[in-house]
Design a protein around this ligand. Structure first.
Ligand code: IMP
Length: 183
């Protein structure tokens, strides 16, 4: 596995320290799946994955839940190709499911400022679901997160892998690494 990837406009740097191993992700996802299974007994939650970063987590989490679920996806864009939040959230793909009276569980890869989730929650709440909760794999220290289910709190570094990208690269890494920018 090479840590070096270059492309015009890509922040220069490399795959840094492994922060969370694939085994740790698997174990924590199983625990979250158990909690969600218990909390949603007798209901059929709609898992709403936030593309593209949550795709790996969504597919593993759905398989760790042992009650029937439905899945759907939304795509929002917040960062463009930078590692800094632009403060602008744009819906790129909306849900196909009518969520009125549904138990919605938003599945997100990472909460940084919390801006993306706050916007999504407001938007989806206006559609009158029966309930709405958040399951976030990673929550950065200092994030404004109202997530009921959290995989791992992490330091406020920029991380890559297991769905998380930098300018569309590194999503395929099986574990989560810190991105190490050139000094
Ligand atoms: P927020 O709106 O600042 O909470 O940012 C949320 C979104 O920004 C996430 O869904 C990711 O797509 C992206 N993001 C935030 N921090 C990171 C990171 O460390 N690595 C990769 N993407 C990130």
């Amino acid at each position: 596995m090479s840590g070096e990837r270059t492309a015009p406009g890509l922040p220069a740097g490399r795959i840094g320290k492994e922060l969370i191993t694939a085994d740790e992700i698997t174990a924590r996802t199983a625990e979250l799946g158990d909690r969600i299974t218990a909390d949603y007994q007798g209901r059929r939650p709609l898992l709403v994955g936030v593309l593209k970063g949550a795709v790996m987590f969504m597919s593993d989490l759905a398989r760790a839940i042992r009650i029937p679920v439905e899945i759907d996806f939304m795509a929002v864009s917040s960062y463009g190709e930078s590692t800094q939040s632009s403060g602008v959230v744009r819906i790129v793909k909306d849900l196909e499911t009518d969520i009125r009276d549904r138990h919605v569980l938003i599945v997100e890869d990472i909460v940084d400022s919390g801006l993306t989730l706050r916007y999504l929650c407001e938007l989806l709440t206006a559609r009158q679901p029966a309930s709405i909760e958040i399951c976030a794999l990673l929550v950065k220290d200092g994030a404004q997160a109202d997530a009921r289910y959290v995989g791992f709190p992490i330091p406020p570094d920029f991380v890559i892998g297991y769905g998380l990208d930098l300018a569309e690269l590194y999503r395929e890494l099986p574990s989560i690494h810190v991105f190490e920018p050139d000094a």
